[in-house]
Write a protein that binds this ligand. Structure first.
Ligand SMILES: C[S@@+](CC[C@H](N)C(=O)[O-])C[C@H]1O[C@@H](n2cnc3c(N)ncnc32)[C@H](O)[C@@H]1O
Length: 200
């Protein structure tokens, strides 16, 4: 098996790592949800050597992630964990959570499960950083995003689709995660930064 390669990751990994670097100055444990190919894990861990990066995804993606992790041989990337946001979560604590291009890929109900799981894993002031497309006031922010939404509903899951920023913000707040930053990223994507407000 060859390493899986996402062209989109090759384009967005630099800007994502640069934004994470600014917000994560201290040594910390970070869980990535929906690591996909594993490219963000390896690229970001190389750029942020003080972060211990824990990739995770559905079991079906682990072979590919492991190929990237093994080849990179970085001491700060761990072997992937099985994490399906709709199933029981691994019992662990981390300082921060990152996810890219997952929220539009799953149903609203799964986003609620994701946010609830994250809120239990991190402590007060921990960050949840979410990269991907969002709608504003119910409108797509580009034609490309409108096509992506159509494709997701037709080919991935009829309940999937790009979520409205206000809805994500509300669902996060219900789980004690408050939006503290909203950064424009290339190709009409955003990096939303949420912070956990209270002690578990
Ligand atoms: C569009 S891919 C994004 C992959 C990678 N983060 C990236 O940016 O290239 C969506 C990812 O979400 C994962 N995913 C889908 N449903 C999930 C679930 N219920 N729990 C956890 N991850 C899920 C998929 O396996 C896939 O890796």
């Amino acid at each position: 098996m060859n390493k899986p390669i996402s062209e989109a990751c090759l384009r967005n990994q630099g800007p994502i790592a640069a934004a994470l670097k600014e917000r994560l100055p201290n040594a910390a444990r970070l869980l990535e949800i929906g690591s996909g190919t594993g490219q963000h894990a390896v690229f970001c861990a190389r750029e942020l050597p003080h972060i211990t990066w824990q990739p995770s995804d559905l079991a079906q993606n682990h072979d590919g992630i492991k190929l990237w992790v093994t080849e990179a041989a970085l001491s700060n990337v761990l072997e992937p964990l099985v994490l399906d946001v709709d199933q029981a979560w691994p019992s662990m604590k981390v300082d921060h959570v990152f996810t890219a291009n997952t929220v539009h890929y799953i149903a609203d109900e799964s986003v609620v499960n994701m946010l609830a799981g994250i809120s239990c894993l991190i402590d007060k002031d921990g960050l949840f950083m979410m990269y991907g497309p969002v709608n504003i006031n119910g409108e797509f922010t580009s034609e490309g995003n409108a096509h992506l939404d159509e494709w997701l509903k037709a080919c991935v899951n009829p309940l999937a689709g790009i979520k409205d920023l206000a809805d994500i913000e509300r669902m996060a707040k219900d789980q004690d995660l408050v939006l503290i930053d909203n950064l424009a990223m290339p190709a009409n994507n955003r990096l939303l930064i949420f912070q956990k407000q209270s002690l578990n």
